[in-house]
Write a protein that binds this ligand. Structure first.
Ligand code: KG4
Length: 330
């Protein structure tokens, strides 16, 4: 039997502190997540200083819990992987520094992970083995971007948002409608209760071959509509908004996949937890196309995906060292 390789993943790029232990880049032995949503709720968004402090307060506790839940000790780890980009630099520093200390103290390799690549790897920790190339759509509160992924460490950016991220648009509209934070889940729930699709926000038709995303137009359209029709059904507005945002995502992802002759499509990140998005992807796909969407727990920020993609870097000998730094952008 092949020797098993255990790795630890550390994630702290935004408002989740997370630590995980993973076997052979696939089997999740522990996946501990501490969400800071309650700390940021009243600001309707993530406050960087509050995020850094909360990461600092919880990270050591989570490292201990991740080992304990996995039933292993520090000495069983072959590598430690941490997200070092993109994200809030103060937050990233806490996770990366913790991983550096573990790497130094145990004498095991440090692996620096691109958070976006980790998200796109998430579905492959639930059974399916990745078949490259993939078209990967990453949709979260901080990012909306489309990639062609040819293998670990080999990602080509096809297009990204020119303004807001898709999740950010959900959050801002929810804030405007006074629905709470984060906006995605509440808008999805409210949209499900809409009585009919009578409200139509303008369609955004990109030039063929233009893979940029934009959500500020639809956001303005919703705000203007609500100003003009203060008595409008809130569920109907939420439904119309969600349909337009998801339509933009679904069109782009299939246009990219078909234009490049790629049959495997991964959709990941917080917005991929949206059930209506999953429905639209399934109904739009052709029989020879396969859609991979992680289960909701692996859609939002977690460290299992960091340990998972980190395993491949570890196997390839792509290590970081004490000079590895954090970066706000990918
Ligand atoms: O990946 P994630 O946890 O990290 C950030 O980038 O912050 O994504 C969070 C984002 C938030 O904007 C949230 O509103 C959105 O994902 N989100 C959703 C849903 N669940 C979370 N958006 C639409 N529908 C959902 N069900």
């Amino acid at each position: 039997m092949k020797a098993q390789i255990l790795g630890m993943g550390v994630e702290s790029s935004c408002d989740e502190t997370a630590v995980s232990v993973v076997r052979d880049g696939r089997d999740i032995l522990s996946n501990i997540i501490s969400s800071q949503i309650d700390l940021h709720k009243e600001y309707y968004g993530v406050v960087p200083e509050i995020a850094s402090r909360a990461h600092l307060e919880t990270i050591n506790l989570l490292v201990g819990r991740a080992l304990e839940t996995a039933g292993v000790g520090f000495g069983d780890l072959a590598y430690v992987a941490a997200t070092n980009r993109p994200g809030l630099v103060g937050s990233l520093l806490i996770g990366l520094q913790s991983a550096k200390v573990i790497s130094y103290a145990l004498g095991i390799p440090l692996v620096a992970v691109n958070h976006l690549e980790a998200h796109l790897y998430a579905p492959f920790m639930e059974g399916a083995v990745p078949v490259y190339p993939l078209i990967g759509l990453l949709v979260s509160g901080g990012n909306t971007a489309l990639y062609q992924v040819r293998g670990p460490g080999d990602m080509e950016l096809i297009g990204k948002t020119a303004d807001d991220a898709a999740g950010e648009a959900f959050d801002k509209i929810a804030k405007y409608m006074d629905l709470g934070y984060p906006g995605g889940p509440v808008i999805e729930r409210l949209a499900r209760t809409a009585s009919g699709g009578t409200i139509m926000f303008p369609k955004i038709l990109p030039e063929p071959g233009d893979f940029r995303f934009s959500f500020s137009g639809i956001k303005t359209a919703v705000v203007n509509y609500l100003k003009k029709h203060p008595g409008a059904g809130r569920a109907e507005v939420a439904h119309a908004f969600q349909e337009r945002v998801l339509e933009i995502l679904v069109r782009r992802v299939f246009a990219a996949a078909r234009g490049r002759g790629v049959k495997n499509i991964v959709v990941a990140g917080g917005v991929a937890a949206n059930g209506r998005l999953r429905e639209l992807l399934e109904s739009e796909k052709r029989p020879d196309e396969t859609i991979y969407v992680p289960s909701p727990l692996l859609c939002t920020d977690n460290a299992a995906m960091v340990a998972g993609i980190g395993y491949h870097y570890f196997r390839m000998g792509l290590y970081g060292d004490s000079t590895t730094d954090v970066h706000a952008r990918a």
